[in-house]
Design a protein around this ligand. Structure first.
Ligand code: AMP
Length: 465
């Protein structure tokens, strides 16, 4: 079904769901929704390749909710729909979407993720529920303790299955699948359906329909991708500050390669007057949730994050994604930039790269099928001219190190601590300029950031906003 001439009404969704969609302000289904919803409503298993930002969450949540419009004959309390996600943040997002779209159908949804206290989860699981959204490890834990009755389960959804595979969750997912009723409908959503994901899908799904939305090259047409070659850490930090003081930046996510760098950079940006918070996997779930709430409410303007923690963030105000460090995997690049340009808006994705990173730039460009245009800002020109990333000489020489870095002759002279800026310290060069908007230092940290802690040399705080 083509999405241009399809309306939600034509998809045969329950009137209570249509009402929720109207309230959400959705006029027409996105392509993945127009294609997936009829197949799921017809009872087929489904494997769909759709990136985040395409409306994939509603593509499975809406037909799943439709199932709930018909009461289940069994009186037991267990879930009728189970959604597995790779991360806690994505689980929270799916849970929120199910609540939003299931508001008038009175769907009872619960999210069970790692890092949250067991007693609370035990209580939630003891109540009747319809939709359970969970990360695999913690779910399996509860299942093995006999805390979840899966006898009513009608639909299993694997969201971002490729990511679950990357994160090593597949053995848990398989064990969960084996413990579910065989008579169920299964949907698998993944950025890619190639390789191992295809094999797994064949094992878990029964005669699935396959849907692929938008060829690789058409993706993210609403996101402008820029590339800045940087000489050294100082140059990188100066550029970052220059970008962040721009009033066009409503909210930004700055990606670093390590948790420690995220903390350090967030602290430096805070000190430079930006409303900043860090988000990474070392933080407790409660701290992560508080930071995400602040981001959603606009109390955080600059979020400094690592890949895992930032996956699934869906905040409409994010206008810019800045790859302070390039991602290790080209696929993560796509997920990172997908944090901006959400729900039909435009966005800007900026990547910093050292000369040694040019092979990684090439890998990303090959993966996305798009060029990142090397961009120079007057007053922030790199000392060395931008290298080619598409030419015959664009190949790592024999000094290539594991992890993609190249130990070039001038690498130390460039000011990076090593050949690979991932290991360099994200300091130097902050605080020369004032931030844009209301992110003045006196506004930035009051009430949350304790200067006392800082002077006492206590553990670095992770939230500064
Ligand atoms: P997702 O790809 O599921 O992460 O969704 C991306 C964003 O698109 C979310 O902010 C959704 O609220 C929004 N969205 C989903 N479906 C529609 C639609 N049919 N019309 C407008 N916005 C939508």
């Amino acid at each position: 079904m083509s999405s241009e001439n399809t309306s939600f009404e034509q998809l045969n969704l329950h009137p209570s769901i249509l009402r929720a969609l109207e309230e959400a302000g959705y006029a027409t289904p996105t392509p993945i929704q127009a294609q997936a919803i009829p197949e799921v409503l017809a009872g087929h298993d489904l494997m769909a390749s759709a990136q985040t930002g395409t409306g994939k969450t509603a593509a499975f949540t809406l037909p799943a909710l439709n199932l709930l419009a018909t009461p289940h004959p069994s009186r037991s309390r267990g879930p009728r729909i189970l959604v597995l996600t790779p991360t806690r943040e994505l689980a929270a997002q799916v849970n929120e979407a199910a609540r939003k779209y299931g508001k008038f159908i009175r769907a009872r949804t619960v999210s069970i993720v790692g890092g949250m206290p067991y007693p609370l989860q035990n209580k939630l699981l003891s109540q009747p529920l319809d939709i359970l959204v969970a990360t695999p490890g913690r779910l399996l834990d509860h299942m093995e303790r006999g805390r979840i009755d899966m006898s009513r389960l009608q639909m299993l959804i694997l969201d971002e299955a490729d990511r679950m595979l990357d994160m090593g969750f597949m053995p848990d997912v398989e064990r969960i699948c084996n413990a579910l009723p065989a008579e169920r409908q299964t949907l698998l959503f993944s950025a890619t359906l190639d390789g191992n994901i295809g094999n797994i899908a064949r094992q878990i799904l029964r005669n699935p329909k396959t849907i692929q939305v938008a060829a690789q090259k058409e993706k993210h047409a609403n996101i402008e991708q820029r590339l800045h070659f940087v000489d050294d850490m100082n140059h990188k930090n100066k550029l970052l500050e220059h970008l962040l003081i721009d009033a066009d930046v409503n909210q930004a996510i700055v990606f670093t390669s390590t948790k420690r760098h995220a903390d350090l950079l967030a602290e430096d940006l805070y000190a430079a007057g930006h409303k900043t918070a860090a988000l990474h996997g070392d933080m407790t779930q409660g701290a992560r949730n508080r930071t995400l709430t602040k981001l959603r409410h606009g109390d955080v303007r600059v979020l400094v994050a690592t890949d895992v923690a930032a996956r699934g963030i869906d905040v409409a105000g994010i206008t810019h994604v800045i790859n302070y460090d390039l991602p290790k995997f080209a696929e993560d690049y796509v997920h990172r930039i997908g944090r901006t340009g959400r729900a039909g808006k435009t966005g800007i994705a900026v990547s910093f790269a050292s000369h040694a990173d040019r092979y990684q730039v090439r890998k990303i460009e090959q993966f996305t099928g798009q060029r990142m245009e090397a961009t120079v800002i007057a007053g922030f020109e790199p000392k060395r001219p931008a290298p080619r990333t598409d030419g015959p000489n664009d190949r790592p020489r024999s000094g290539k190190k594991p992890g993609g870095g190249y130990k070039g002759r001038n690498s130390n002279a460039s000011g990076f601590r090593s050949d690979d800026n991932r290991s360099a310290h994200p300091r130097q060069g902050f605080g020369d300029r004032k931030p844009a908007g209301n992110g003045q230092r006196q506004d930035a940290g009051r009430g949350n950031f304790s200067d006392k802690k800082r002077t006492e040399g206590a553990r670095r705080p992770r939230t500064f906003a």
